[in-house]
Design a protein around this ligand. Structure first.
Ligand code: S3P
Length: 170
């Protein structure tokens, strides 16, 4: 089986849903942000601080290339993964890509108190979320095989829905 990639904005539930999906399908779970942190030996705020967003994006590119060389795993990706063309190509070529859609209100609620997301440490996070979505939504849609409106669904229901789609039982 190809990889299953979960893409979408910060707070869409990629990691939570990814873990549930991996358990449902009995597949290993990976998370690009976690891999970057492990390889760097530092957390994401540190990487942004010291190396800037550019440094982080280079590390993200390399993490995804590594994952793309493996198969049979569920991968949660960072919200900005689709910015780099090579990443978009890698996602399309090496896996089934699921775009998790959530409302701005939900994204804001889930990321509100989080200090670990450097891009949202601004005076007006709602405006920032809207700005990022305006830029990225078309890119998410470009690479996605399936677009899932998470809306009022529980993470478990979303994971079950994706499992059905990916195993052809939907
Ligand atoms: C980012 C999203 C984060 C992380 C980094 C940058 C982004 O991942 O990769 O802070 O550009 O949207 P999550 O989407 O898992 O929060």
């Amino acid at each position: 089986m190809k990889n299953i990639y979960l893409i979408g904005p910060m707070g869409a539930g990629k990691s939570t849903i990814g873990r549930l999906l991996a358990a449902e399908l009995h597949l290993p779970f990976s998370d690009t942000d976690k891999l970057i942190e492990e390889k760097t030996g530092a957390d994401i705020p540190w990487i942004f601080d010291v190396e800037g967003e550019d440094g982080f994006r280079k590390r993200e590119l390399s993490a995804l290339q590594d994952l793309g060389e493996q198969q049979n795993q569920v991968v949660a990706t960072g919200g900005g993964i689709v910015l780099h063309e090579d990443n978009r190509r890698c996602l399309i070529n090496t896996g089934i890509v699921i775009y998790l859609v959530a409302s701005v209100e939900q994204l804001l609620q889930r990321t509100g108190k989080d200090k670990k997301r450097p891009l949202l440490q601004v005076d007006n996070p709602e405006e920032k979320i809207r700005e990022l979505l305006a830029e990225r939504d078309p890119l998410y849609r470009d690479v996605a095989d399936h677009v899932i409106e998470t809306g009022a669904l529980s993470p478990k229901s979303v994971a079950e829905k994706i499992a059905e789609l990916c195993t052809g039982k939907a």
